[in-house]
Design a protein around this ligand. Structure first.
Ligand code: FES
Length: 334
C-alpha cells in the first residue's frame, strides 16, 4: 500500500498554521484523497519548485480518517528551501504531497514500550504514544531537549500521558543519561520483551544503539525513525568533485548531495532518501575535510573507513585547522 501512496501525488490544502514551540510550526493539511495515517507514518512534501525539494515529515496526528493531517516542522537555521518554505505557509496554500508512508510501524504485543524523542524527533512518537495509551499498553515516553521553549507538544504530552512521561532538559541540568535509561531496561524483568522506539539527533540515536548492544538487549527490539537526524557537524557549504564526469558541484547547507547532483543533471539512484536503504551509495576517492556520515545504513567501522557515503543524507565539513575554504569531496558514482 505504501508503494501506491508513494507514487500517487495529490494536492493538500493548508487549513491551520500555528507555533508549536520556538522555531517549530504546526501545520494542518486537508489532503485531496484522505487516508488514515497510522502511528509511525510520514508524508513526503514538495516544498518548492524544481528538483530536490522533497522533504519527509511525520504525521503527528491523523483525524477524521486522514481528512486532517498535522505535521510539525522545525526551522533549520541554514534553510533556504525546505523548512523555510514550510514556515512561510499560510491557510489556503496548497502543496503536493504523498499519502501516508510507513517505515516505522508500531508492533503489537510487546510487554513494555519505551519511546525516546530527542528534540523535533517527538513528531514521530506523538501518535504512537496515544495509540499505546488507548491500547492500555505498558509504556514510557522519554522527551529530551535543549530547553523547554524549543520542545514541541511538551504540555500536551504531559497532560495526556501523566506520569508515563519523563522530561529531560539540558538547560535545567537534567539531560538524558542514555546509559542509565538502557541499564534500567536491561535490569527489568521484561527486558527481553521491551521495545524501544526512538527518533532524534544522530548522536542520541547512536548512544542509545551502542548502549542497547552493550547491555545485550535484542537488536530487533530497537526501532528508529531517522529523518529527524542531524549530523555531528553543523551543515555547511562544500564542493563535490566527480572526476569521472569532470564536474564540480556546490552543495549548499540546506541541500543534500543527492539533490545538488539531481539539480545539476547528474543521474543518481535513490529510494528512501533517508540514509536507510544504501541505494545511493557512492565511493569516496578523496576528501579535504571530514565526512559527516548521517545514515544508518553503513556500520560504524565502515563510517570510520569512509570509503563510501550515502549521497542522500551525508555531508562534508571543513577540518579544523585544515585548508581555508569549503571542504571538497571527490566521489565516484557507481
Ligand atoms: S536513498 Fe536510501 S540511503 Fe540514500
Amino acid at each position: 500500500m505504501a508503494v501506491q501512496a508513494r507514487t500517487r501525488r495529490q494536492r493538500a490544502r493548508v487549513v491551520e498554521v500555528a507555533d508549536a514551540a520556538e522555531g517549530v510550526r504546526r501545520i494542518v493539511l486537508e489532503p485531496e484523497h484522505p487516508e488514515h495515517a497510522a502511528p509511525g507514518t510520514h508524508i513526503d512534501v514538495e516544498t518548492g519548485n524544481g528538483v530536490g525539494r522533497v522533504r519527509s515529515y511525520s504525521v503527528v496526528r491523523s483525524e477524521d480518517g486522514g481528512r486532517r493531517l498535522t505535521l510539525s516542522v522545525q526551522l533549520s537555521p541554514t534553510s533556504r528551501g525546505g523548512s523555510a518554505a514550510m514556515h512561510r505557509l499560510r491557510v489556503g496554500d496548497e502543496l503536493s504531497v504523498t499519502g501516508p508512508l510507513q517505515n516505522f510501524p508500531l508492533a503489537v504485543g510487546a510487554a513494555r514500550y519505551v519511546l525516546v524523542a530527542g528534540g523535533i524527533g517527538v513528531t514521530a512518537l506523538v501518535a504512537m504514544a496515544s495509540a499505546l495509551r488507548r491500547r492500555g499498553a505498558d509504556y514510557e515516553l522519554v522527551l529530551a531537549g535543549r530547553s523547554r521553549a524549543v520542545m514541541a507538544y511538551l504540555d500536551d504530552l504531559a497532560a495526556e500521558h501523566g506520569d508515563r512521561v519523563r522530561i529531560h532538559v539540558d538547560d535545567e541540568g537534567t539531560p538524558l543519561a542514555v546509559d542509565d535509561l538502557v541499564a534500567g531496561i536491561a535490569r527489568s524483568s521484561a527486558s527481553a520483551a521491551t521495545e524501544l522506539y526512538m527518533c532524534g539527533p544522530i548522536g542520541l540515536m547512536d548512544a542509545v544503539s551502542q548502549s542497547w548492544a552493550e547491555h545485550g538487549l535484542p537488536a530487533a527490539n530497537l526501532r528508529f525513525e531517522t529523518f529527524g537526524s542531524s549530523g555531528r557537524h553543523p551543515a555547511e557549504e562544500f564542493l563535490v568533485r566527480l572526476p569521472q564526469l569532470g564536474r564540480e558541484i556546490t552543495v549548499a547547507p540546506d541541500t543534500s548531495i543527492l539533490d545538488a547532483l539531481d539539480a545539476a543533471g547528474v543521474e543518481t539512484l535513490s529510494d528512501c532518501r533517508k540514509g536507510e536503504c544504501g541505494l545511493c551509495l557512492a565511493k569516496v576517492v578523496g576528501a579535504t575535510g571530514t565526512v559527516d556520515h548521517r545514515d544508518v545504513f553503513l556500520s560504524e567501522s565502515q563510517k570510520e573507513r569512509s570509503s563510501s557515503l550515502c549521497l542522500c543524507v551525508s555531508r562534508a565539513a571543513a577540518a579544523d585547522g585544515g585548508p581555508a575554504g569549503p571542504a571538497v569531496l571527490s566521489l565516484h558514482l557507481t
